[in-house]
Design a protein around this ligand. Structure first.
Ligand code: SF4
Length: 377
C-alpha cells in the first residue's frame, strides 16, 4: 500500500492513503489477535514497517511524527542546536559531525542505556539523542505499547467470541498469503519410486510426516493434505501420487484404500470437490494452523513440538551435533520458527548460500537443499 509523504499531497491523495492504512491496520489487529503467536507475528511486521517508514520520511515529517505520538520528545530547532553546539560537539561519540546530525531532546530517564554508555549529552535533566540513535527509543516504546494492546485484544476476544460469519472472514485474512508471493518453481517430474531418494532434501515438517507414514503405513487427514500437496508441488504427478499413497498405505486392501483414501489424492489434484488447483501450504499457514492432535503428525515441528520431540525429529534426518541442536531449539523457542528451519539447512549443508532469508515455504527448503547437493556433484 503506498503511503506518500505529506509533501506529496499535491500529486497524491495522502489523506485517503492514511485512512486506508488506518482501516487495514485495525482490521489486521483484529485478525491477528487470535493467538499469542499470531500477535507476535503482527507486532514484528508492524515494527519492521515503522522502521522502514521512519527511515524514508523527511526530517520535517519525522519531527511532526515525534510530536504526534505525544511523548515528551522534541527535535532541536536550528537556534537550539546552535546554543548547545559546544556541548554537543564535546559529547557525541558519533563519527558524523554535529552539523550533519539532528538531535532529539528526551527526559534522560527514558534513555538510561544511552546515558550509561555516555552516547548522549546530558544537560539539565534532558538527554540530547542523535537522530541516528533515536529510532531505537521510539521503536521499543512502539513495540511495548502494541504488544500490550494486542495482548488486551487477544484476552477480550477469548472472553467475547466473535460471530461465526466475521470470524471466518478474519481467519481468511490471517491465513491468506501474508508473505511476499513466492516464485513458482517448476521441479523435475518425480515417480513414486523417487520419493525415498528425494526425502533427504525434505524440510523437517515433511521429513517427520514421511517417517511416520513409513512406520505407521498411515497418515491422518491433515498430514495427507499437507504432505500430499507438498509432493504435488515438488513434481509428483497424479498417477504417480496414487501409486505412492497406495504403496504407503500397504496395511489397507485396495478396496479399503479406494473407499477411504483415494478421494483425498484426487481432491489434492483438483479432480474432486471444488476442482481447485491447490498448491503447497506455506510456512505461515502451517505455523498459524491449530495445534495438531498427538496422533496427527502434520504442522511445523519448530512450532508444534516440544523441545525434546524437536531434537528427536531433527536427529532422525539431519546431521547436527549437540551444540547445533541446542542453537536451533533456542531459536525455535524464541518464536522464530522459520529462522530455526533455515538454520537447520545451513548447519546440515555447510557453505549453503541458497537460503539468505528465513524459509517461507517447505518447497523453498527443498529447492535450496537440492541446489546445494547438485553443486557438490
Ligand atoms: S518452517 Fe516451514 S518448512 Fe520449516 S518445518 Fe516449519 S513449516 Fe516446514
Amino acid at each position: 500500500m503506498p503511503l506518500h509523504s505529506n509533501e506529496s499531497s499535491n500529486a497524491f491523495n495522502v489523506e485517503l492513503e492514511r485512512e486506508n492504512d488506518n482501516t487495514s491496520h485495525w482490521l489486521l489487529r483484529l485478525a491477528f489477535a487470535s493467538s499469542i503467536e499470531s500477535c507476535r507475528w503482527f507486532v514484528n511486521h508492524e515494527h519492521w514497517l515503522l522502521k522502514l517508514r521512519y527511515a524514508l520520511s523527511p526530517l520535517k515529517e519525522k519531527a511532526e511524527f515525534v510530536k504526534s505520538i505525544q511523548l515528551p520528545y522534541d527535535y532541536l530547532t536550528a537556534p537550539q542546536k546552535a546554543e548547545l553546539y559546544d556541548m554537543l560537539s564535546g559529547s557525541t561519540l558519533h563519527s558524523r559531525s554535529v552539523e550533519a546530525e539532528e538531535f532529539v531532546k528526551v527526559p534522560w530517564t527514558h534513555v538510561t542505556d544511552l546515558v550509561a554508555k555516555r552516547h548522549v549529552l546530558l544537560h539539565k535533566g534532558f538527554a540530547y539523542v542523535p537522530s541516528s540513535d533515536f529510532f531505537s527509543v521510539i521503536s521499543s516504546r512502539f513495540r511495548d505499547q502494541l504488544e500490550g494492546e494486542m495482548d488486551r485484544m487477544c484476552r477480550l476476544l477469548l472472553a467475547n467470541p466473535i460471530e461465526d460469519r466475521v470470524r471466518t472472514l478474519l481467519d481468511h485474512i490471517r491465513n491468506s498469503e501474508h508473505e511476499a508471493p513466492q516464485k513458482q518453481v517448476k521441479f523435475d517430474e518425480l515417480s513414486a519410486g523417487d520419493i525415498e531418494a528425494s526425502s533427504s532434501h525434505f524440510p523437517p515438517c515433511m521429513s517427520f510426516m514421511y517417517g511416520h507414514l513409513k512406520s505407521d503405513k498411515h497418515l491422518k487427514y491433515n498430514g495427507r493434505l499437507q504432505f500430499g500437496l507438498f509432493l504435488k508441488s515438488i513434481g509428483l504427478p497424479f498417477n504417480e501420487a496414487m501409486l505412492f499413497w497406495k504403496r504407503a498405505f500397504s496395511k489397507f486392501s485396495d478396496d479399503e484404500f479406494n473407499k477411504s483414501y483415494a478421494y483425498n489424492v484426487r481432491h489434492n489434484y483438483g479432480l474432486e470437490g471444488k476442482r481447485a488447483n491447490y498448491g503447497c501450504w506455506n510456512c505461515k499457514q502451517i505455523i498459524l494452523g491449530p495445534q495438531p492432535a498427538p496422533s496427527d503428525h502434520s504442522g511445523c515441528p519448530f512450532k508444534h513440538q516440544s523441545s525434546e520431540q524437536l531434537v528427536a525429529t531433527l536427529q532422525s534426518t539431519y546431521s547436527l551435533n549437540e551444540l547445533q541442536l541446542k542453537e536451533v531449539v533456542d531459536i525455535a523457542r524464541s518464536g522464530h520458527f522459520q529462522t530455526a528451519c533455515s538454520r537447520v539447512l545451513e548447519l546440515h549443508q555447510p557453505n549453503s548460500a541458497a537460503l539468505t532469508e528465513p524459509v517461507t515455504t517447505p518447497t523453498q527448503f527443498y529447492e535450496a537443499s537440492l541446489a546445494q547437493a547438485s553443486k557438490k556433484m
